[in-house]
Ligand binder design. Structure first.
Ligand SMILES: C[S@@+](CC[C@H](N)C(=O)[O-])C[C@H]1O[C@@H](n2cnc3c(N)ncnc32)[C@H](O)[C@@H]1O
Length: 279
């Protein structure tokens, strides 16, 4: 514990505790999703099954997963980041976040069950199928290269009736002056049909082959979110062909190019609908 407290102290003293972009919490979640409905769902699951499993994909420094710890003390919590970063390298490091936001004291933390953390790309989730009741993700899928795989994986790990609340893209106001390659309803998730026309993601999800899967969209505060409710056990197959040579790492571009690209971030994934799919 002393090691964690010292590490936090050093980060604070050097002004290196991450800004809001890595520590969104339940306050942000509830601006866009129905927290009361989720609360009811979680309590029902606990009553019925004695437990509930919740996964956060892209937990940053873990503020949201700690909020969930407080809201749902009985829940089994899991959280996944792509890589270890300088803030969170282990389960123990998560204690820094709880201390920083005064969620728990050092003494309390000795007896609090920590969320279990994993470091892996969300396009291949290290969990068995039908494992989670709830999956949540804020400002993460924008960074994923193979977004279709990530969505298919989220569907796979949800159990029947399980729910996923997933931010899939951010449509910043600065996009109004953006280069053409970003002009879309989901600028980082571009889908072309067989006539080389862009199909908005919201339209694509209404494709006859996909509507049997309960996946809704919501656009609030410049964020395009997906709300999935696993209504059938079939694997989700979005039938998209990834076009690697047209896709772009926007974060890298922002470092390499001139000022006009400096606000770019994330990964723009480009797809073509496979031939046998209608739209
Ligand atoms: C901008 S931070 C957002 C953190 C937090 N969700 C929030 O909203 O404050 C993006 C997070 O996503 C994680 N991430 C990025 N790409 C990922 C990927 N392909 N698979 C899993 N996690 C990823 C990063 O490790 C980082 O924690």
């Amino acid at each position: 514990m002393q090691k964690v407290t010292n590490k936090l102290q050093k980060l604070i003293e050097s002004g290196d505790w991450p800004a809001v972009s890595r520590n969104r919490g339940v306050d942000v979640f509830k601006e866009r999703f129905d927290l009361n409905q989720l609360r009811g769902f979680i309590h029902d699951r606990i009553q019925k099954n004695g437990t509930v499993r919740i996964l956060e994909i892209g937990f940053g420094v873990g503020k949201l997963i700690w909020d969930f710890r407080i809201l749902f003390p009985e829940a089994e919590l899991f959280a996944l980041n792509k890589t270890r970063d300088r803030y969170i390298k282990s389960n123990e490091d998560l204690k820094m976040t709880a201390l920083y936001y005064n969620y728990f004291t050092e003494d309390e933390l000795e007896s609090i069950k920590l969320p279990e953390i994993y470091f892996q790309d969300c396009q291949a989730l290290p969990f068995e199928s039908n494992y989670f009741d709830v999956v949540i993700s804020l400002t993460t899928l924008e960074y994923a290269k193979r977004k279709e795989k990530a969505l298919q994986e989220i569907w796979r790990v949800l159990n029947i009736g399980g729910k996923a609340y997933v931010e899939i893209d951010s449509i910043e106001s600065c996009f109004k002056d953006c280069p053409d390659f970003l002009k879309s309803d989901s600028p980082r998730f571009i889908i072309y049909d067989n006539h080389n026309q862009i199909v908005p993601l919201t339209t694509f999800l209404k494709n006859p082959g996909i509507t049997e899967f309960n996946i809704g969209t919501s656009l609030k505060r410049g964020k395009l979110d997906l709300i999935m409710c696993k209504n059938i056990s079939n694997d989700l197959n979005l039938n998209l062909e990834f076009i690697e040579d047209k896709s772009k790492n926007l974060t890298i571009m922002s470092h390499q190019h001139n000022d006009s690209f400096k606000w770019l971030w994330g990964y723009q994934s480009i797809y073509k609908i496979r031939e046998n799919t209608t739209c």
